[in-house]
Ligand binder design. Sequence first.
Ligand code: GLY
Length: 362
Amino acid sequence: MLQVKGIFVSNYFCEQDLYLTLIMISRRKFIVGSSLAGASVLSGNKSLGKPLADSVFAGSPIAISTWDFGIAANAAAWEILKNKGRALDAVESGVHVPEADPNNQSVGYGGLPDRDGRVTLDACIMDEFGNCGSVAALEYIIHPISVARRVMEKTPHVLLVGAGALQFALEQGFKKENLLTPSSEKAWKEWLKTAKYNPEINVENRLFSPAKLPGNQYNHDTIGMLAIDSAGNMSGACTTSGMAYKMHGRVGDSPIIGAGLYVDNEIGGATSTGVGEEVIRNVGSFLVVELMRQGYLPEEACKEAVMRIIRKKPETAKQIQVGFLALNKKGQIGGYAIQKGFSFAVCDQNDQRQLIKSPSYY
Ligand code: GLY
């Protein structure tokens, strides 16, 4: 461990990271530069590539979310944000879109099931006051994010799981539905032909290939959304059907506050996608927000969170995808992933359909 002006710097830091840290310590502010330094715009407004570091949030709402399906989710969120609605309502409404989409096999209705053929959903939501609610391993409810919101608003608890979460949802008037679509059932039955019913870590990642990214069923897995409303308040939501063919009862990062999602209305928010176990082990989204608190730009904070995963388990990291996405209170955005192929969608007053290719370690 090295000590620089009373701040401990991990030995794991490479020279470049240490240099960056020293710059940040000396300025004790954000580094001037693009918040999208390593990102490239896949489509939409090229002005996003301009430096944003000096832009101070001035009542202009923004929504960002993981993957290309985030574009449609952002559009729904924008309907609320553009009318001066609350960010909490925007993120809930936004993630309803992939949750209800039967063609999206990684979120909500139509999600790929667990090894037993059961679609079990994880979701969490967090508001500008630091309130949060989660559900995990919830079955039969098409919008787990809304159940998570009810947990936050109607109970003294943060997290309800399994049968208890379903009981609560039904008490709250949510409808019980079959979430296993014919195409997801077919995919599961196909998987069963070769799958052993022994617990295997991330068995669905056995066929992982970065070349298949983005959008393949192994990695294109979660919608995490962050939004700032016209009052300058931030909320976030995260929802998924989790890893395909997981063990029944497995819970990923998405409903775990601090792992799959974290929002601090003073600093910013972060969310994650990919192999949840590694995100939980590193309390990824909380880490990203805390790094932003120390002065890291969103992309730098996401990169450091990814590097923690890689440094701890370099061999595992070669085989998996994890991506982080962050938004700070200035409206600056950034993402970083282990593997190529992670993308995120950005929606602001200039352009509601921007898709950004995230930088990555590999
Ligand atoms: N990130 C989603 C999961 O691991 O379940």
